[in-house]
Design a protein around this ligand. Structure first.
Ligand SMILES: Nc1nc2c(c(=O)[nH]1)N[C@H]1C(S)=C(S)[C@@H](COP(=O)(O)O)O[C@H]1N2
Ligand SMILES: [Mo]
Length: 314
């Protein structure tokens, strides 16, 4: 997977919306399609009463809604347990997927929505494949947007212009860019990106599950150099649900409860901060979030393990 070197962090821990030029970019096939708005169309087919092909003006004539949501890459699907913390918090405008599905009329046997992008290529020794993902129909109906703007601007080509799916509260692998085809089906598609990669065996379970709902996680965003004395150790925490507490530990010291910003109705990240007196020298800072369902970041060995940062106070 091409991992562009664009910084994934916002400029400061106070930044709520990540500026577009700080948003990470992921493309499995190493290049992104340049789609002309006049050539773009979206087909909705499969188990529907009325298969349709929508052009962009028709899509844009439908009512649009706003969403602010965390945007988090699972990481390299070949190494799903390695922490990467590629994360952003973004504002989207788009047409609810449910409105577009209603135009086609899913049949009662339809259980899954397949979302396919216009990009094709090779990945993990498979060739000439498309980028395809799927979601349970009910979940897709409830939450997914067909987004046309990011942070109030038309999507950039690298982020899926002219239309991408946004599946809030799920790993961003599910948010298919350059969306051109939707299929309603009774079954999940058997495909590299649906059943072979992007699946995880959860602790205590035997069968892998698709990587959808994001984990509880946090990221310290304090700069690497700070002034010695009382300073604020701050960052952002997020989860599939609301984050309930964040604790910070300095130099193996006890976990101390940070001040945590409440979350609004949208599935965004939350700011946390702890005031601490730092002596001159190097310090090891760690953060650990717990969500409202009691899920806690594990100490190690997981993609959402406790975040650790070394900072120098002078
Ligand atoms: N069509 C298509 N959609 C895609 C991908 C892709 O390679 N092709 N990558 C997915 C992955 S793994 C991630 S993390 C996000 C990245 O979105 P971004 O590049 O806009 O940040 O796009 C997702 N949607
Ligand atoms: Mo990703």
């Amino acid at each position: 997977m091409t991992q562009h070197t664009r910084p994934a962090d916002p400029p400061t821990p106070d930044t709520f919306i990540t500026p577009v030029d700080h948003v990470f970019v992921r493309t499995h096939f190493g290049k992104h399609p340049e789609l002309e708005p006049s050539d773009w169309s979206l087909t909705i087919e499969g188990l529907v009463d009325r298969p349709i092909e929508l052009d962009l003006p028709t899509l844009l004539s439908l009512p649009r809604t706003h969403l602010t949501a965390i945007h988090e890459c699972l990481g390299n699907p070949l190494h799903p347990d390695v922490p990467t913390r590629a994360v952003a918090n973004l504002e989207w405008t788009g047409v609810p997927l449910s409105a577009v599905l209603d135009l086609a009329g899913p049949r009662p046997e339809a259980r899954h929505v397949w979302l396919e992008g216009a990009d094709t290529g090779s990945f993990a020794d498979e060739h000439d494949i498309a980028y395809l993902k799927d979601l349970p129909l009910e979940q897709a109906r409830a939450e997914v947007l067909l987004a046309t703007t990011m942070n109030g601007e038309p999507l950039l080509p690298r982020h899926g212009f002219p239309v991408r799916a946004v599946a809030p509260r799920m790993f961003t692998t599910n948010s298919v860019k350059w969306l051109t085809r939707i299929v309603l089906a009774a079954e999940r598609p058997d495909h590299l990106f649906t059943t072979r990669l992007y699946t995880r065996v959860h602790p205590g379970e035997a069968t892998p599950r698709p990587a959808r709902e994001i984990d509880v996680n946090s990221k310290l965003l304090t700069p690497g150099h700070v002034r010695a004395g009382t300073t604020e150790l701050a960052g952002r925490a997020w989860s599939y649900t609301t984050v309930a507490t964040v604790e910070v530990s300095v130099d193996e010291g006890p976990w101390q409860q940070a001040v945590l910003e409440p979350r609004g109705t949208h599935p965004t990240w939350q700011r946390f901060a702890l005031e601490h007196h730092l002596t001159p020298g190097t310090h090891r800072i760690r953060s650990r979030a717990t969500d409202s369902e009691g899920r806690v970041q594990p100490p190690s060995g997981a993609r959402n393990e406790v975040h650790e940062l070394e900072i120098t106070a002078t």
